[in-house]
Design a protein around this ligand. Structure first.
Ligand SMILES: [Zn+2]
Length: 182
C-alpha cells in the first residue's frame, strides 16, 4: 500500500511508526524533537518573511513550497481547496519548511530513492496533520497568512469560535466534538 496525503490517519500513523522502528538512525526523528512545530516557530517563520499565495496555477498540486526572487520561501496553496483540505495542506507545507534539511524535496540528503521520497512525504503529512489538530497552531497559521477562518471540526471550532463568535452557539459544542485527522 502506498501511503500518501489521501491515506487515513490510522494508516499514516502506523506507517510512520513502522518507519521509526525500521530506520531509528534517520536524523529526522531527532530534528522533530529538537524543532517542534509550535507557535514560536510559526511566528518566527512569518516574522522572517515566509509568505503565502493562493492561486490556480498548478492543476495537479494542492500545495507547494516555492522560492522567491529574494531567496525566501513562499507557500503556495491551490485556491479551490475545501476548508479542511486547505488547512491540512497549509500545515503539510509548513512541515516541509520546518525541516528544510530532512523534509525538503530540493535537498538530496533525503530524496535518494522513491522509497525515501515516499517516506519523506508520509512523515511530512503526519507532522502536518498533528500540527493542524492543535487549535492554537491552526489559529496562528491561518490568521498570520491572512486566510479566511473556517470551522469544520473540534480543532477549528476551538481555534475560531471567538473570532467567528456570532456564528457559534452552545449547540455547536456537540456538533464539533470530533477532530478530523483523515
Ligand atoms: Zn510534500
Amino acid at each position: 500500500m502506498i501511503i500518501d496525503t489521501t491515506s487515513s490517519w490510522t494508516e499514516l500513523d502506523s506507517h510512520v511508526h513502522e518507519l521509526k522502528d525500521s530506520f531509528p538512525y534517520w536524523q529526522i526523528w531527532k530534528d522533530i524533537e529538537r524543532k517542534p512545530i509550535n507557535t514560536f516557530s510559526i511566528a518566527y517563520l512569518v516574522g522572517h518573511g515566509l509568505s503565502l499565495v493562493e492561486d490556480h496555477t498548478f492543476s495537479t498540486l494542492t500545495g507547494a513550497v516555492m522560492t522567491r526572487g529574494d531567496g525566501k520561501a513562499k507557500l503556495w496553496l491551490r485556491r479551490d481547496l475545501a476548508p479542511y483540505k486547505r488547512d491540512v495542506t497549509l500545515f503539510h507545507e509548513l512541515a516541509h519548511v520546518h525541516h528544510p534539511i530532512y523534509l525538503s524535496r530540493s535537498n538530496g540528503r533525503f530524496s535518494a530513492s522513491a522509497e525515501e521520497e515516499n517516506a519523506r512525504e508520509a512523515i511530512t503529512e503526519w507532522l502536518g496533520r498533528k500540527a493542524r489538530a492543535d487549535p492554537g497552531l491552526l489559529r496562528l497559521a491561518v490568521l498570520s497568512f491572512g486566510l479566511d477562518a473556517y470551522i469544520y471540526d473540534k480543532s477549528s471550532y476551538r481555534a475560531f469560535q471567538w473570532i467567528k463568535g456570532q456564528q457559534c452557539f452552545s449547540f455547536m459544542d456537540k456538533e464539533y466534538q470530533d477532530t478530523w485527522m483523515d
